[in-house]
Design a protein around this ligand. Structure first.
Ligand code: AP5
Length: 229
């Protein structure tokens, strides 16, 4: 069975940072709905043109567009072993659609980890975030600076700030999260798949805690530990 892991949390909680580290550790694909939207917007595809106004105003893209996009991505060969899902699902309708698409291939979500960070910390994180132009590797001016200012450590491309990281848009994104995404915590709790980590700790420590939650889910389901695979 493939592994599908969901990372939940408000904007700036560290979903992208952790998804990239964890996907590498577990040799899974990192799938970020936000990155797919931004790539399509940059390439001016039809999907990008439909999503642009929503993302730039800090609103969720409608479920039908988002679900179709993620489903098309998850059936590609590089996701056969599974994926770390960052930013999807973001509504209960998306979570139900995800269950349905995974069930088609006898797969399911193994674990939903909620990265808990209080609202006061989020704005500071997002206003100091810089991402790279090619693969969206994530940095922070203070908390996770690149070795060379303005240059990605991993692929050497230039770093830029996201258009939706302006203060007013961030506040709208947090509001969207509270209204539409936070209910997923209860959804996954009821499915007995929810784990919570303290996202205010240093990046490496959060990674360790998330890895521990995966080990717990594996032990619970009688599978081998990740690190022994
Ligand atoms: P998306 O790109 O998913 O944005 P988001 O959820 O708002 O999350 P972010 O990427 O802003 O934050 P993050 O949690 O990944 O934090 P990061 O690791 O970067 O979505 C963008 C837009 O696309 C949405 O607004 C919506 O319009 C649309 N969209 C996407 N998915 C959708 C869906 N499913 N349905 C509908 N619409 C959708 O970290 C933030 C900063 O903090 C970085 O600078 C990082 O270096 C730093 N940092 C991380 N961890 C720590 C730590 N432990 N300590 C200190 N600093 C840290």
């Amino acid at each position: 069975m493939a592994e599908f892991i969901v990372l939940l949390g408000p904007p700036g909680a560290g979903k992208g940072t952790q998804a990239s580290l964890i996907a590498e550790k577990l040799d899974l694909k990192h799938i970020s709905s936000g990155n797919i939207f931004r790539e399509n917007i940059d390439n001016r595809t039809e999907l990008g043109l439909r999503a642009q106004a929503y993302t730039e105003h800090g609103q969720l893209v409608p479920d039908d567009i988002t679900i179709a996009m993620v489903e098309a991505r998850l059936i590609q060969a590089d996701c056969f072993k599974g994926a770390v899902l960052d930013g999807f699902p973001r509504t209960v309708a998306q979570a139900k659609a995800l269950d349905k698409m995974l069930t088609k291939n006898k797969n399911r979500v193994q674990c939903a980890t909620f990265i808990n960070v209080p609202e006061a910390v989020l704005v500071e994180r997002l206003s100091g975030r810089w991402t790279c132009a090619t693969e969206e590797h994530v940095y922070h001016l203070t908390f996770n600076p690149p070795r060379q200012p303005g240059i990605c450590d991993i692929d050497g491309s230039s770093l830029h700030q996201r258009v939706d990281d302006q203060k007013e848009t961030v506040e709208r994104r947090i509001n969207e999260y509270t209204q539409k995404t936070a209910p997923l915590i209860q959804f996954y709790q009821e499915e007995s798949l929810l784990y919570e980590v303290d996202g205010t700790k240093p990046i490496g420590q959060v990674t360790t805690e998330i890895m521990d939650t995966f080990e717990k889910t594996r032990l619970k389901s009688g599978r081998k530990k990740y690190l022994q695979v």
